[in-house]
Design a protein around this ligand. Structure first.
Ligand code: MN
Ligand code: MN
Length: 458
């Protein structure tokens, strides 16, 4: 069903299923604010559905359900189909990193009785949105002795939280004349981590020493351990229902964990597939998909090569080339939801509406589609048929009006292997803000759409 309100389609039973599905999503999102936490949650979920670590397998056969992880920041899962892996994969690929504030390597200082952690923002953010709200600290501190300390402070209701201050309105006469981009600058995003309580160290009492002492007591860490830490400052608190009708979800990190979760659940709830199907969760999308754990990494393709060898008992590079050329993929990523308060940046006929279902972006990009993955119309036609045959509510959209801005996804990177790829995901309001908005109907239609895709595309 193209461009129709999905809520009007549901029977009472389906309505309950939509609401129940979103409960699983909300719990998952609350528990998984960083890419490392996403990988841990995804492994736990996959195991519940009978998936096993690929390291436990020597050979692969039809029906096997396997998962693999990379450096704690990538996750992939597969159902081995009736056809050989060489015949191509059906992939749902999503990213599990979200915009946030990262702690610098030498972050801790004090100034006039207040202790701060200095941050460097990650991904595209509107900086003034990140001040004066409760923040949590998530991540890992890697010590020289080879042990890792897991940090998660600010989520339990008894935990303290952290905050970035902003100038009071009474003294903001000059500040309010600045452009929005300059009102709060990157170096202003320093996180308050402690107040006036001091601790004596080297005959001097300081607030900073007190914070270091608390960290030492709690984690056994020293100041230099920040050098090998990966600490992310994220909005504290649970994902919530939005609206009196509870039709929407409000939470941090829905770009792109809403598509990660729906893609993963689509695979986990599938079985008996013709073609080998996979979910691939990547890191680093928000900073260009680079590095060992981003979509540009060889990790996934090396994994598929190893899996071909495990299934065939032999391997040559042509088998992988054949596999990738016969592969179909949905780049499961969010769309810019049409915001009635900001109509001017959208073109209404080609926009993604909350409640109208899974959104396909044939292309994204900027200006003259620069940097886009432009999906083949032959491929779009196949997908339309699958969506209609399975009664999925779907819509199509561009990323705003022509020349209003732009952006990209992992689609073109996977397209480089000569596979068919198109962006498909959930519309989001306030994308990249500390709290993002989605519709439960779109979350459910994305899940159903992904499931129909891996079952039927060939
Ligand atoms: Mn995204
Ligand atoms: Mn994004």
């Amino acid at each position: 069903m193209y461009n129709k309100n999905a809520w009007e389609k549901y029977t009472a039973k389906e309505f309950d299923a939509v609401m129940e599905f979103s409960e699983g999503y909300k719990n998952y999102l609350t528990a998984s604010k960083t890419e490392r936490e996403m990988v841990i949650s995804s492994v736990e979920l996959a195991k519940k559905y009978g998936y096993k670590d690929i390291k436990e397998f020597k050979t692969l056969k039809t029906g096997d359900k396997v998962y693999a992880t990379n450096k704690g920041k990538n996750f992939a899962a597969f159902i081995i189909g009736k056809k050989s892996i060489k015949e191509g994969l059906n992939i749902l690929g999503a990213h599990i990193d979200s915009p946030r504030l990262d702690i610098k390597e030498n972050p801790l200082y004090e100034d006039n009785n207040i202790a701060y952690l200095d941050t460097h923002y990650y991904g595209g953010i509107i900086k003034y949105q990140w001040v004066t709200r409760p923040m949590a600290l998530h991540g890992v501190i890697c010590k020289k002795d080879g042990t890792n300390v897991i940090v998660n402070i600010g989520e339990d209701e008894n935990d303290p939280v952290f905050c970035i201050s902003d100038l009071l309105v009474h003294l903001s006469q000059d500040k309010l004349t600045k452009t929005a981009a300059k009102a709060v600058e990157g170096e202003d995003l320093d996180l308050i981590i402690g107040g006036g309580i001091t601790f004596k160290e080297d005959d001097k009492k300081t607030v900073k020493a007190n914070i270091l002492n608390i960290l030492k007591q709690k984690y056994g860490t020293d100041e230099e351990d920040f050098v090998s830490a990966e600490l992310e400052v994220v909005p504290a608190g649970k994902t919530r229902d939005l609206g009196l009708d509870r039709s929407m979800v409000l939470g941090y990190g829905q770009d792109d964990k809403v598509c990660s979760y729906t893609s993963l659940m689509a695979l986990l709830d599938s079985s008996d597939l013709e073609r080998t199907s996979s979910v691939y969760l990547v890191d680093k999308e928000e900073v260009g998909s680079i590095g060992a754990t981003g979509a540009e990494s060889k990790w996934y393709f090396n994994l598929v090569a190893r899996m071909i060898a495990m299934q065939e008992g032999n391997y040559n590079e042509l088998m992988l080339i054949d596999c990738l050329e016969k592969t179909f993929m949905l780049s499961s990523d969010v769309s810019a939801g049409y915001d009635p308060l900001y109509k001017g940046v959208f073109e209404a006929k080609n926009a993604s509406y909350l409640g109208n279902g899974i959104t396909f972006n044939k292309y994204t990009g900027a200006r003259g589609k620069s940097g886009c993955n432009d999906a083949m119309p032959e491929y779009v036609a196949k997908i339309r048929k699958i969506m209609d045959d399975n009664n999925i509510n779907y819509q199509t959209a561009e990323l705003g009006r022509v020349d209003a801005g732009g952006g990209g996804t992992i689609a073109y990177i996977m397209g480089n292997y000569n596979m068919n790829v198109i962006d498909a995901g959930v519309p989001v309001l306030s994308m990249h803000a500390p709290q993002e908005i989605t519709s439960k109907a779109d979350i459910y239609e994305a899940y159903l759409g992904y499931k129909a895709f891996i079952k039927n595309i060939k």
